[in-house]
Design a protein around this ligand. Structure first.
Ligand SMILES: NC(=O)c1ccc[n+]([C@@H]2O[C@H](COP(=O)([O-])OP(=O)(O)OC[C@H]3O[C@@H](n4cnc5c(N)ncnc54)[C@H](O)[C@@H]3O)[C@@H](O)[C@H]2O)c1
Length: 269
């Protein structure tokens, strides 16, 4: 095969105080990974880290706002000269959690900068897993797709702002941009014998989806059409993320994996 495969090393997990991020941290620690857990919420990061310290090789935390321009240098300082075997980036905001500008800043611009920090430190055989969303497949606009295709490595979301004055539009566009980022950066990661992939969750039972469900009846309608007929669990996203970082997924890169109970298929997307 001529290249190393992923094995438990250092994994950076963002959103590690949240539903999916906590589940990812817990599953990786059980496999003996070392963890650097990042989130806005320092208190919950510390609570989550405590029980993992018995299992994981090492658990560190970095509290901060991933959308803050200082965050990349804080992360770089926390990493020192260590290589990263996995990035699992779950931090994000849903439409009820911010205005359009903040949603782009957290879901896309911060993701671009995170990938820039991680890329030079990516270990051979390593994998970056970003979280997109099934909502990214609801966009049906050649103009938006043209703008997304024109985005260059390192470019922020300014060219997309005109398509989204409302958070309900900013969210799916920001997540479609994440899917494009993964496709765009796969070649550069491949040159390092590393991979980059995204996961598009459907309706997953976390604090985020509960907030969206309370704000609109649209989620209930989508749930009704979901072939598996239930919400997904954060663990069911985490297990796919852990698989993607494993040797078993060594030929998977540059793509978006739908983990949505069949919802998009049922909607014809
Ligand atoms: N839950 C769903 O149904 C669903 C569906 C599709 C996509 N997603 C995506 O999955 C990812 C994880 O969502 P979740 O359901 O676990 O949500 P969650 O709200 O439980 O967790 C998100 C975490 O991200 C952190 N975060 C938010 N903004 C941050 C910032 N600026 N800096 C640092 N940390 C920040 C929050 O503090 C929180 O701990 C998100 O990217 C979300 O858009 C979720």
């Amino acid at each position: 095969m001529g290249e190393q495969q992923s094995k438990p090393g250092l994994a950076v997990v963002t959103g590690a105080a949240g539903g999916m991020g906590s589940a990812v941290a817990s599953q990786l620690s059980a496999e003996g990974w070392s963890l650097l857990l990042c989130d806005l919420d320092q208190k919950r990061l510390e609570e989550n880290a405590r029980p993992l310290r018995n299992k994981a090789a090492q658990v560190e935390i970095l509290a901060g706002d991933i959308a803050d321009c200082a965050f990349p240098s804080q992360l770089a300082a926390a990493l020192g000269n260590r290589q990263i075997a996995a990035l699992i980036h779950t931090a994000g905001l849903s439409p009820t959690m911010g205005d359009a500008a903040r949603i782009f800043a957290v879901n896309y611009d911060a993701t671009v900068r995170l990938v820039e920090v991680v890329y030079p430190r990516m270990a051979e055989g390593g994998c970056a897993v970003l979280i997109s969303s099934s909502s990214a497949y609801m966009i049906n606009s050649p103009e938006i797709d043209a703008a997304l295709n024109a985005l260059q490595t390192g470019e922020d979301s300014s060219s997309l702002m005109k398509f989204a004055t409302k958070p309900e539009m900013a969210y799916p566009i920001s997540k479609r941009a994440v899917i494009r980022l993964v496709a765009r950066e796969a070649t550069a990661f491949g040159k390092k014998h590393a991979r980059i992939v995204s996961i598009a969750p459907g309706l997953i039972d976390t604090k985020m989806s509960r907030a969206e469900q309370a704000a609109s009846s649209q989620m209930d309608a989508m749930l009704e059409r979901t072939p598996l007929g239930r919400l997904g669990h954060a663990d069911e996203i985490a297990s796919v993320a852990v698989f993607l970082c494993s040797r078993a997924a060594s030929y998977v890169t540059g793509c978006d994996i739908k983990v949505d109970g069949g919802m998009l298929a049922a909607l014809g997307r």
